[in-house]
Write a protein that binds this ligand. Structure first.
Ligand SMILES: Nc1ncnc2c1ncn2[C@@H]1O[C@H](COP(=O)(O)OP(=O)(O)OP(=O)(O)O)[C@@H](O)[C@H]1O
Ligand SMILES: [Mg+2]
Length: 220
């Protein structure tokens, strides 16, 4: 599903955000990425979701090399991926409903299918009663759940979530992790960056610990 070989990402400065990173993630896996602030977790996710490219190295996602992916091709790959961004990236002047249905609209899905899926995912994240609320008037935890609903609504083959429970209370955080587990059981590969070690230990899944842009530990 995901293969990185000797990936480097260097930002101007220079800042070496990823250094000689090699990793294989199989289709259907559920795993956590951990590591201190600045370790390269968000940078890695930007590479996986084709929002940015490695400086050097090989990167294949869903059978496609992202190294030579053109600007025109990138949106097609992103349709197969769901991303929960660390900063949500919601359209604040639009309603919850309008935000979450975007991936289905891009796919050109029929109205009744969009309505059904929207109801399902809003129920799953506990926001059915907020469907018509503007995102600008939601709490941080509610916005985070909108971002999660939008990332799973199109049943992506790969779900990447960057600190998806960072703004949630412990009970809600556990519920959201269980939701990701159910999504995974339906066939989606799930990769989650988190600082919540107590929470991830409840799941007993593979964990890749990054430090300074390199894998420091990769264990079950
Ligand atoms: N656009 C950028 N330009 C320059 N440096 C950047 C840029 N984005 C990230 N960096 C640097 O790259 C390194 C890795 O950042 P990254 O955001 O990937 O860390 P992270 O593991 O996600 O941290 P956090 O846990 O705080 O979210 C950091 O040193 C950061 O300052
Ligand atoms: Mg980050």
């Amino acid at each position: 599903m995901i293969q990185l070989s000797h990936v480097y990402k260097t930002y101007p400065g220079p800042v070496h955000a990823l250094k000689d990173l090699s990793l294989t993630i199989e289709k259907g896996e559920f795993l956590f990425i951990t590591g201190p602030s600045g370790a390269g977790k968000t940078t890695l996710f930007k590479m996986l979701s084709a929002f940015d490219r490695p400086t050097t190295g090989g990167l294949v996602v869903a059978g496609q090399s992202l190294i030579h992916l053109s600007k025109k091709q990138a949106p097609f790959l992103r349709r197969k991926i769901g991303v929960v961004f660390q900063d949500f990236k919601l359209l604040s002047d639009k309603t919850v409903f309008d935000n979450i249905i975007l991936p289905l609209q891009i796919l050109g899905e029929k109205r009744h299918h969009i309505m059904n899926r929207a109801r399902d995912v809003l129920e799953q994240v506990g926001l059915l009663d907020k469907a018509n609320t503007l995102c600008s008037s939601l709490s941080g935890g509610e916005q985070q759940r909108v971002a999660i609903a939008r990332a799973i609504i199109h049943r992506p083959g790969l779900l990447i979530a960057d600190e998806p429970t960072g703004n949630l209370d412990p009970k809600l955080a556990l519920e959201i992790m269980k939701l990701f587990q159910r999504v995974n059981e339906q066939g989606t590969t799930v990769v989650i960056a988190t600082h919540d070690y107590a929470l991830l230990e409840k799941f007993g899944k593979r964990r890749i610990h990054l430090v300074g842009g390199q894998v420091s530990q990769d264990f079950l």
